[in-house]
Design a protein around this ligand. Sequence first.
Ligand code: NAP
Length: 428
Amino acid sequence: MSEPLRLGIAGLGTVGIGVVKIVQRHARLLARRAGRDISISAVCARSRDKDRGVRLGDYVWEDDPVALAKRDDVDVFVELMGGADGPAKAATEAAIASGKDVVTANKAMMAHHGQALAIAAEAQGHVIRFEAAVAGGIPVVKALCEGLAGNEISRVMGVLNGTCNYILTRMQAEGLSYGEVFKAADELGYLEADPNLDVGGIDAGHKLALLAAIAFGTQVAFEAMELEGIERITIEDIELAADMGFRIKLLCVAQMTGRGLEQRTSPCLVPASSPLGQLENATNMVVLEGDSVGQIVLRGAGAGQGPTASAVMGDIVDLARGFRVSTFGQPAASLAKPNPASSSVPAPYYLRMSLQDKPGALAKIATVLGDAGISIDRMRQYRHVDPTAPVLIVTHKTSGSALRDAVAAMAGTNVLAGEPVAIRIEAV
Ligand SMILES: NC(=O)c1ccc[n+]([C@@H]2O[C@H](COP(=O)([O-])OP(=O)(O)OC[C@H]3O[C@@H](n4cnc5c(N)ncnc54)[C@H](OP(=O)(O)O)[C@@H]3O)[C@@H](O)[C@H]2O)c1
């Protein structure tokens, strides 16, 4: 058997300890599969005294992740601290400069610096693997880089933030408000330290930007993403959408259009009967569409110790086998600069508004839509909630810009109480 593959693990929290547990529990299974032992040389975290519930005494302890990354007895630097910048980036750069491969679960770092880090690593004949950074235990990076390598990918879609899906499905199932379920999610420890990363769509956007780079052979372009979170979704929208046969999801969509790369993370309506519509709680789902394969759907745990560590180990076993696929499935230096396009693909829209109880109010709204070239597919008027009546309109396909213009023009009709809510309906 060849020499062992020696790991240096920085970060012994949820994911890091999960990786230590797998290395310890499955030592023989991993050695059989990789053709060599996989061992841990050194570890690092902030607090040395914390009881982490696993045996760590056999490993060298480093206080400084950069020192760990440079150690001669470390072949692969495993970055599991988190954070786009700071120690995670500094230690990853140090590992690359010392000629090591890197495995990370850090979507924020990869979304902001993945391009530069991958170029630096690949210039040295090494790679950064980041399966765990996208959709936790679902091997979607591998699916795109390897299994689907013979396809031209037309669209990547998914529910990539389990916390948002948990909030939306509990609102739906129990008729609770956004605020009530947000509080429950916080108490369960589901939210990031900065909750805006979850509910503002940023975490899901980081993941989509990484998938889009692999799928379309383009440089990671998180800053060009259209981002909208779930904070403004009300129980009223969830119930009315359900009444029309839809579910509201925080949907990530990337597609290459004639005008350029469209990347959006935003609340969308999807048919309740579709796989995405039926996705419940904190589960993730990725839908991939390729010219030869058609559509495939991957579903599984998007976070948690076991699933995330499983993805980290998949990358480590690949490296132990000597398998080094480029970080983004092709050399990072060959990734094209994307031309960002904003929601250019037309779609039907859900429009909810409160109409004042005035004669001809609905006709005025229909006229505004007609003037903008938007036709109505379905419409429902609900019982008056004095002095207004909720009205729901599902439009035929229209562009996002035509819809925005129409919504702006509705303000001039003087028949609305409050702002209309417009949500895109995605064909899935
Ligand atoms: N948790 C998940 O389900 C999940 C899923 C997918 C991806 N990820 C990603 O995986 C990474 C780790 O997440 P996690 O949930 O395991 O985080 P975590 O539980 O907060 O653990 C972070 C670890 O990093 C250590 N650390 C932080 N700053 C450090 C520093 N300056 N020097 C040395 N060690 C430092 C901490 O040390 P102490 O323990 O001493 O404080 C802790 O052990 C993140 O990038 C996250 O986005 C997590």
